[in-house]
Unconditional design. Structure first.
Lengths: 211, 211
DNA sequence: GTCTATAGAAGGATAGAC
DNA sequence: GTCTATCCTTCTATAGAC
C-alpha cells in the first residue's frame, strides 16, 4: 500500500520561493544563502540538501523568472486580434504585471548582462522564433499599411517593449529627476497613465509614418 | 622654496580608472579589491592607503560615472535649437556615447536600484531642475503645437531617453531574441540605424498627436 | 608611498547525529 | 528530512618594514 504523499515537496517550494525573493532583491552576488534559509524558515544545511550549490539554486530560480516574464509577453502577442488591439492589450496587461513585480526587469537584465550563458538551455524552450515569424506574417497587411518592412520589426518590437519595461528598470533614476514619483502610489498611477500614452504614441507614429 | 609637484596624484588616478572599469563590469558586489589593485598595477595595501574602504572607492567612482552620463544629456537639451533639432542631435550623440560605454546604463541602473541613497549628495549638484523647467518654457510654443502640456513632459522625456538607453541595458535580452545582433559590429550598426528610427518615430508621434 | 605578511570576518559547503 | 557544529576558502582591511 502506497502511503499518501504531499502533492509536492513543501520545503523545496518554500526554499524556491524564498530564493526567488532574495535573488530578485539583491542579485546573485548580493544574495546570501543564510538569508534565503532564514526566509524559508530552515537552516543552511537543509538548503544545501535540496540545492547543492548557490549556482544551482540561482539557475533554477532565474530560469523560472525569465520564463514567467517572457511567456506572458508572447501569449499576448500571439492572440488573434489586430495589431493595434494587441498594442493596447499588451501595454495594459504587461504594465500590470510589472507593477506587481517591480524589481524583476532590472534583476533579469542585470544578471543576464553579467552571465550571458544563463540563456543557454532556456532559449530553445522559449517560443521566440515563433513569435518573430508569426507576428509579421499575421499582420503583414496592417503593418505594410504602416510602412513597416520585415527589417523594421526588431526596431519596432524593441521600442514597444521599452515603453513598459524601461521605466521599471530605471525606477530610481526617475525618482532622482522627478521626486514626486518617489511615492510608490504615484509611480503606479504614472505607469497606469503610461498605458494609454504609450499605445497612442506608437499607433500615431505608425499611422503617419512616411513610407 | 616649494618643490615641484606632479599635476595630480598619478597612482590615485590609475586606481580610480581601474576601479571604474571593474565596478562597471562586475557591479559593487561582484567587484574585488584584488582585481582593482591588479588592474592598477599595485597591491591591495596601497589601494587601501588611497581609499580606505571599498564603499568609499565605489562611492567616488559611482558619482563620477553618474555625473558623466547625466551632464552629457543635459548639455544637449540645453542648447539653443528647436525641439525637433534637439531630438535628432540627442539621439545621435547619446547613442554614440553609449556605444563607447555599453555597460554603463545597466551598471548605473542596477546600483541605483540596490542603493537608492547613492543619489544623496549628487542630486543637488545636478542641473536637473533647471532642465525640467527650462525645457518646457523654452519650447512652449512648439510643444503646445504638438498638444504637449507641462504634465505630459515626464512621459515624453522618459520615452525619449528610453529609445537610446534601453537597448543597451537590455543588450543580452535582445541577443537572446535576435541572435544576429550578438555580433557587436552588427549591434552597433543596429543602434546607429536607431538614431534616425527614434527621431522619426518621436517626431511623427508628436506632429500627429491628437490634442 | 609602496611593499609583504597576516589578521579577522564572512560566506559557501560538508560531516555526522538524530 | 532536518538539525548543530565546523571546515575551508575568499575577501576586506590593517600592521609594520623599507
Amino acid at each position: 500500500m502506497v502511503k499518501y504523499q504531499v502533492p509536492d515537496n513543501q520545503t523545496r517550494d518554500r526554499i524556491f520561493k524564498a530564493a526567488s525573493e532574495v535573488f530578485e532583491e539583491k542579485g546573485y552576488d548580493g544574495a546570501r544563502m543564510q538569508e534565503i534559509a532564514d526566509l524559508a524558515g530552515i537552516n543552511k544545511a537543509l538548503l544545501h540538501y535540496y540545492f547543492s550549490t548557490k549556482d544551482q539554486l540561482f539557475g533554477a530560480v532565474f530560469q523560472v523568472l525569465l520564463r514567467k516574464m517572457f511567456e506572458k509577453i508572447v501569449s499576448i502577442f500571439m492572440e488573434d486580434i489586430s495589431f493595434k488591439e494587441k498594442l493596447r492589450k499588451f501595454f495594459d496587461q504587461h504594465i500590470e504585471i510589472l507593477i506587481k513585480n517591480q524589481k524583476l526587469p532590472i534583476f533579469l537584465l542585470n544578471e543576464l548582462s553579467h552571465n550571458p550563458e544563463l540563456v543557454q538551455g532556456i532559449r530553445e524552450t522559449l517560443p521566440y522564433e515563433q513569435l518573430r515569424n508569426s507576428l509579421f506574417q499575421k499582420h503583414a497587411k496592417e503593418l505594410k499599411g504602416y510602412g513597416i518592412k520585415k527589417d523594421d520589426m526588431p526596431q519596432l518590437m524593441l521600442t514597444v517593449v521599452s515603453f513598459s519595461v524601461f521605466p521599471f528598470a530605471a525606477r530610481d533614476m526617475i525618482t532622482m529627476m522627478i521626486p514626486e514619483l518617489a511615492d510608490n502610489k504615484k509611480f503606479i498611477a504614472f505607469m497606469r497613465d503610461r498605458k494609454e500614452f504609450a499605445a497612442d504614441f506608437v499607433i500615431t507614429a505608425l499611422k503617419n509614418r512616411k513610407k
